[in-house]
Design a binder for this molecule. Structure first.
Ligand code: HE5
Length: 150
């Protein structure tokens, strides 16, 4: 489980992602679909789109922004308010039918994108981000267990 100091460390370089969630979110989703083509099928809106159609796609940018804003909310809260992830787990399990493994996959993608794009993202910061996203996955997993979903 990530420490409070690790949440603070992540927040200290999260500024650009908080300021421009659509742009970073777009890159994260594009990278997710490239790395793990299966994941694209989970999005009814994007399932049948070509790589070209996913470029400069306002829907993809909007959804990327939504995903990153939720992560920013989780970071700023320091993983304290269980309701944030409880609601997220409910929608992902019941409505969107997202197997929990995708939270690990998207976490790895986020680490990769942040390492590329954010200046001064040193190994300590990378470890902090990994641990914080691990906490995210663990908490989502606990809600998934309660919901009886894979
Ligand atoms: O749950 C919601 O609000 C609380 C609905 C909007 C939403 C979705 C939908 C949000 C806030 C998130 N996702 C956030 C989020 C953070 C983690 C890192 N997601 Zn989400 N998602 C939504 C993730 C991770 C994640 C992995 C995968 C494969 N997510 C997905 C998929 C996914 C899908 C299919 C949807 C439904 C909305 C949609 O299709 O939009 C185009």
């Amino acid at each position: 489980c990530a420490s409070a100091a690790e949440f603070i460390s992540v927040l200290s370089f999260w500024g650009p992602l908080k300021a421009d969630p659509k742009s970073y979110g777009e890159v994260v989703l594009q990278r997710l679909f490239e790395t793990k083509p299966d994941s694209q099928k989970l999005f009814p809106k994007f399932a049948d789109l070509s790589k070209e159609q996913l470029q400069n796609n306002p829907d993809l940018q909007a959804h990327g922004g939504i995903v990153l804003c939720k992560l920013t909310e989780f970071l700023q809260d320091g993983g304290q308010d269980k309701k944030i992830l409880k609601d997220l787990a409910e929608s992902h399990a019941k409505l969107h039918k997202i197997p929990r493994i995708y939270f690990q996959i998207i976490s790895d993608v986020i680490c990769e994108v942040v390492a590329e794009k954010i200046e001064g993202f040193d190994t300590d910061a990378q470890t902090a981000l990994k641990n914080v996203l691990k906490t995210f996955q663990t908490q989502m997993g606990e809600h998934y267990d309660e919901l009886g979903f894979d």
